[in-house]
Design a protein around this ligand. Structure first.
Ligand SMILES: C[S@@+](CC[C@H](N)C(=O)[O-])C[C@H]1O[C@@H](n2cnc3c(N)ncnc32)[C@H](O)[C@@H]1O
Length: 308
């Protein structure tokens, strides 16, 4: 029998229902919410998120076994996309029609963001960074903001909406820069020839320093796993975090802040920031309460540093 046809496992149905009812009590000012957070909610790797009226379940290939229980626990006829590993992708009830175009739009704090619920692992909006986006929006009035590892530009959008004087988004991948530009446009935010830099973060920092450029706010959100290849220099956060913090500090204007996001459980930017002259912590944040860190795992941590 294929996914969705087997009888639902009652224990899993109970876990999912419990997780859904916990989220009902949260007010998060968004229609993009994590509803089931893997180990923290009782099943390793299984993630369920809601994007507007659409639900999305994801996990490893072996987690496809949970599909009948997920469907039983969700509201009847809830439109659901699923992705278990790279191979098991699906949608119900619309099936192939929904699969043909899984692009949707969500809102967060009144801002609009595009998401792609399939086929990739990442939808284009990291819900665990929502609290950090809120902080950025509230703390960048009049600032020149540099958004490193910008992906679909969510931090840039938050900064621009918060009154930043200018925003620059650095990412070497043309496709994500195009999605970032779409996010600016769907919020009516101005873009110009300097809003999107298609390049490697360290190269951009080096070039900015040589040109004497300065920023009043920098977001540093490197990928948790090593990346690289043709499109950008290899970045491995476990090796490169200190170098990235140092190079960021070198283009930070007096009175500026550097926000570092780290998901890797053994990493911490406090020491590299202090060594780079940014010893004062302005803000420490984590994810909103729709995320449930597993025991022994701190989850995403965001820390804003200044020179004090
Ligand atoms: C974890 S995401 C960043 C999330 C993003 N800050 C957000 O708020 O959605 C990783 C991004 O880093 C980009 N990236 C990978 N290597 C890079 C490099 N060497 N320089 C700059 N960006 C890079 C990827 O293209 C990807 O878009």
């Amino acid at each position: 029998m294929g996914p969705g046809v087997d009888a639902p496992d009652p224990v899993t149905v109970g876990l999912v229902r419990r997780a859904l009812s916990v989220r009902e009590g949260l007010s998060l000012d968004t229609d993009a919410v994590r509803l089931f957070d893997g180990t923290g909610d009782g099943l390793d790797r299984l993630v369920i998120e809601r994007f507007g009226p659409w639900y999305r379940a994801s996990g490893a290939p072996e987690d496809a076994v949970h599909l009948p229980a997920i469907r039983a626990a969700l509201p009847a006829d809830a439109p659901l996309f699923w992705r278990f590993g790279n191979e098991q992708l699906g949608a119900a009830p619309a099936g192939d029609a929904a699969l043909a175009d899984a692009r949707r739009e969500v809102t967060e704090g009144g801002l609009r963001f595009g998401v792609e619920l399939l086929p990739n692992r990442n939808t284009g909006l990291f819900l665990d960074a929502r609290a950090a986006r809120r902080w950025v929006r509230a703390n960048c009035e009049g600032r020149r903001v540099l958004n490193l590892f910008s992906f679909t530009g969510a931090f840039g959008v938050a900064a621009a909406a918060g009154g930043a004087r200018s925003t620059v988004n650095v990412d070497p991948v043309p496709r994500v820069q195009q999605r970032a530009e779409e996010n600016y446009r769907r919020n009516g935010l101005a873009v110009d020839g300097r809003t999107f830099w298609r390049e490697d973060a360290l190269e951009a920092l080096k070039r900015a320093r040589k040109a004497g450029a300065a920023f009043d706010a920098i977001v540093l959100d490197p990928p948790p796993a090593p990346t690289g290849g043709k499109r950008g220099a290899r970045v491995d956060v476990t090796q490169d975090l200190a170098r990235l913090v140092r190079a960021s500090a070198a283009v930070l204007a007096p009175g500026g802040w550097l926000l570092v996001l780290v998901a890797h459980r053994q990493l911490d930017a406090d020491a590299p920031a202090a060594e780079a002259g940014l010893a004062h912590v302005l803000w420490r944040g984590t994810s909103d309460a729709d995320f449930v860190p597993a025991e022994g795992s701190p989850g995403l941590r965001a820390v804003a540093y200044t020179a004090g």
